[in-house]
Ligand binder design. Structure first.
Ligand SMILES: *Cc1c(COP(=O)(O)O)cnc(C)c1O
Length: 387
């Protein structure tokens, strides 16, 4: 029996050729394909700037650094996300706060965020990290309004949602990562995500100032650009080899062959999206009259995950496994991780997130999932839940 994972990459002959071409060229790390990938990705999401980095977690870390997160910084995020959404604040010594989710969308509940902000003195918080969980785009227009009222920045964790959008108050499609509302947005190119480069990540923004900071931080804080040098003319003129380390940066570069793979993958991003939406529609239909709770159907959902909720989750998970279907749970709430419990969080703090976690299960969702395999998943689920 063949196994069906919850998510996987799709690699074509064109992808392979794109990588091999770079391997035979002069540049292995940060060459010409990096800026091509950045430009095309920015175009795809509708932002002014994009910065390619080594992975999504590095993208989050650089965002925190570029925004000046330090020991005095307090940031709010959702407990239903991958730990990295919160960890990036801890890397910089800042303090993480969580607010509960909206049980209908599974997204960070803006009303809970508002309550939290208003429960503290003015100026207490500094930023919000909403997550486009499962591919369902957060309404960032509303978050931006709240953020502006309290002078907060927004980093959108859009790892699940390249190509996703929400409808704003003028009924205009606002694409994840377009920079219209968030200061910075981040993406991951891990193989289970929409676009795969092995490891890889991207930060998008409309701010030239943040873009400049990010490109410097991505490569040790070093610049070779003469127009940016800070030292005296005499020092700078020592020779053409001269470079400056101006801030404490990291090596978070993406390789040029990964960028070439990203560019090639990006040409199929829209096909991938429509395929995911087709699969979601078929799941929606199949479970319509069953005891399986399906995710709310929203036009702009990019469907990184298809999350159902069932009462007897563990038994269904095991039943699927025994049929070689590897469903997954996204996520164990971040505030219940031992590391965050050490920071003072405990069971019961976010009851809606915890109730969600008790019943959630991510079914297979990826571009190359065939209708036949999906039908097998559906039949296997229903043979368990409806018996
Ligand atoms: C995958 C993911 C990340 C981290 O991305 P990596 O490329 O694996 O470092 C961060 N946030 C969310 C929501 C993710 O799904």
């Amino acid at each position: 029996m063949k196994s069906i994972p919850y998510g996987r990459q799709t690699i074509t002959e064109d992808d392979i050729k794109a990588v091999v071409d770079v391997l035979q060229s002069d540049f292995l790390t940060q060459g010409p394909h990096i800026s091509t990938f950045e430009q095309k990705f920015a175009e795809y999401v509708g932002s002014k700037y994009a910065v390619a980095v080594s992975n999504g977690t590095a993208a989050l870390h650089l965002c925190a650094l570029a925004l000046g997160v330090d020991e005095k910084t307090r940031v709010i995020t959702t407990p239903i996300t991958f730990a990295a959404s919160a960890n990036c604040i801890k890397y910089c010594g800042g303090e993480v706060y969580f607010a509960d989710i909206d049980p209908k969308t599974f997204l960070l509940d803006i009303n809970k965020v508002k309550e939290l902000i208003e429960s503290k003195p003015k100026g207490y918080f500094h930023g919000i990290i909403p997550v486009d969980f499962a591919g369902n785009a957060v309404n960032l227009e509303e978050f931006k309004k709240l953020a502006d009222e309290h002078n907060l920045w927004i980093v959108e964790d859009a790892c699940h949602a390249p190509g996703g959008f929400f409808k704003d108050s003028h009924n205009i499609d606002q694409y994840c990562g377009n920079g219209n509302f968030a200061d910075l947005s981040i993406f991951s190119f891990h193989p289970v995500k929409h676009i795969a480069t092995g490891e890889g990540g991207m930060i998008t923004t409309n701010s030239k100032d943040l873009f400049d900071k990010l490109t410097l931080l991505r490569t040790h804080g070093i610049t070779k650009n003469a127009t940016e040098f800070k030292n005296s003319q005499e020092t700078v003129a020592q020779g053409p080899w001269y470079y400056e380390m101006q801030t404490l940066g990291y090596n978070y570069r993406l390789t040029d062959f990964q960028a070439a793979l990203g560019v090639s993958q990006l040409t199929r991003a829209n096909d991938n999206l429509s395929r995911r939406r087709e699969l979601a529609k078929r799941y929606d239909e199949a479970f319509k009259n069953s005891t399986v709770a399906t995710p709310i159907s929203v036009e702009g959902n990019a469907y990184h995950l298809y999350v159902i909720k069932v009462k007897n989750r563990l038994a269904l998970y095991e039943h699927l496994r025994s049929n070689q279907i590897f469903a997954q749970v996204h996520y164990v709430p971040v505030h219940l991780m031992p590391y965050y419990q050490e920071q003072g969080f405990k069971k019961g703090d976010f009851p809606l997130a915890e109730a969600y976690y008790d019943e959630c299960l991510s079914l297979p969702m990826y571009q190359s999932l065939t209708e036949q395999d999906q039908q097998f998943v559906i039949d296997t689920v229903l043979s368990f839940t409806e018996r």
